[in-house]
Write a protein that binds this ligand. Sequence first.
Ligand SMILES: Nc1nc2c(c(=O)[nH]1)N(C=O)[C@@H](CNc1ccc(C(=O)N[C@@H](CCC(=O)O)C(=O)O)cc1)CN2
Ligand SMILES: Nc1nc2c(ncn2[C@@H]2O[C@H](COP(=O)(O)OP(=O)(O)OP(=O)(O)O)[C@@H](O)[C@H]2O)c(=O)[nH]1
Ligand SMILES: [K+]
Length: 459
Amino acid sequence: MSSEDTVAALSTPPGEGGIGIIRISGPKSFEIGKKLFFSSREITNFKNRKLYHGYIFDRRNNKTLDEVLITFMKGPYTYTCEDIVEIHCHGGMIPVREILQLIFSLGIRPSEPGEFTKRAFLNGRLDLTQAEAVMDLISTKTQNLKDVAMKQISGKLKEEISHLRTELITVLSNLEAKIDFPDEEIDVEDMSSLKERVSYIRKSLYELIESFNKGKIIREGVKTVIVGRPNVGKSSLLNILLGEERAIVTEIPGTTRDTLEEVINLDGIPLRIIDTAGIRESTDKVEQIGVKRTRDSMEEADIVLVVLDSSQELKDEDKKILNMARDKPSLIVLNKADLEKEFHEGTVNELAPDIRKVKVSALKKEGIDQLEKYISELVFGGEVMETDEIVITNERHYNSLKKTDNVLASAENGLEAYISEDLVSVDIKEGLEILGEITGESAGEDVIDEVFNNFCIGK
Ligand SMILES: Nc1nc2c(c(=O)[nH]1)N(C=O)[C@@H](CNc1ccc(C(=O)N[C@@H](CCC(=O)O)C(=O)O)cc1)CN2
Ligand SMILES: Nc1nc2c(ncn2[C@@H]2O[C@H](COP(=O)(O)OP(=O)(O)OP(=O)(O)O)[C@@H](O)[C@H]2O)c(=O)[nH]1
Ligand SMILES: [K+]
């Protein structure tokens, strides 16, 4: 791909829509735009970013293709940093296709997926973290990931990485001064103060790395299983959690194609509910199998909702399930709270003293808000998202941060042990390099392609 050429694509979703926006970016875009467009009034000079009304006209067969609005945006102050023309046409398959074909007939090529944003990156307007956030912003189905993406687009993560790199460069230049002028009286920091600096950098790295626990949940969701012996109300509870008022999220990246998995959006957290509906055998003989299956599904889970029927005595099977849940982040859902209680809460407290209990009635839809609040707290440990907090949600960033921390651990040891400046500076340089892969400053073509290949056409 070269930015010498001019590209075009539909930037709105294909199909039937109020309007469709075709973007043309590159040096020939203005020339092409002017060739296609016929204004409804006399225009001597198109003003920058003004929206003009008129028609797209195909000179090859003297046909008016569509009535449109058009705008000319002069680079470098545009999305791609290049000259851009946007044609706002009618959003139907045929008008869009006709106009695009006309554009392509004039020597413009279709843009690759993500190419507009890739051009913005190559021209230095966005770094990789910002470009990746644009992708998240478009593709996410949950509020939390969208909020993180907006922060990232604004450059929060980019700035943090750049800050850490600056710190590393300070350490490196001190080491290099020591290497270059070993015998001279120069003003360089001693090894222990450099070690302090590296420790400080690692502290910041640690926070970023830790934030991925949350970030992974924000992106991929939490595997949740609802367990309990037959008839306690698992299906009823699932149905309520799936309630129509909540958007059902599908196609979360990384979601295994498990047909029994449903994803619901709970306060911006995707809960991937693994339905244990399979554990529905009810004869005595298969109770054993039921317990085993429950154990298996629990193993996969990030969190467990144990449902008990509080209108009945606690049964052996309940106790077994409770026992298994002790090793997992869990909640105990005391269902059927609308019925007369036959149930010994004290026993539950003894069996599972550390697990929070919540009384609900799946039938009467009572206690569900409380349950949802507890689920959020269980998932995020009661933390709320701070507005200025940086959350790493991207596995690529996470892996690079971990690698950086590894080499800096080695640098820190080296500084501690007063080993040669040379060896330490090799680590520091490597750290700089890896951090640069996150922002793209030192990312190879393969990394860059990998990032943009996931984009959609027209972005
Ligand atoms: N019609 C339309 N709507 C759109 C976009 C677009 O390209 N076209 N966007 C894109 O997909 C998004 C908006 N993002 C944009 C980001 C930067 C610039 C831009 O021109 N930036 C320049 C100048 C900023 C300024 O005026 O100060 C720059 O950063 O240099 C434009 C759009 C969403 N809406
Ligand atoms: N009174 C009352 N009945 C409930 C409540 N929740 C569920 N039930 C009833 O309990 C019965 C079993 O509910 P389900 O949701 O099918 O229970 P389950 O745990 O999925 O059952 P299995 O599929 O057999 O494992 C149904 O008749 C429900 O209507 C509740 O909160 N109160
Ligand atoms: K059921």
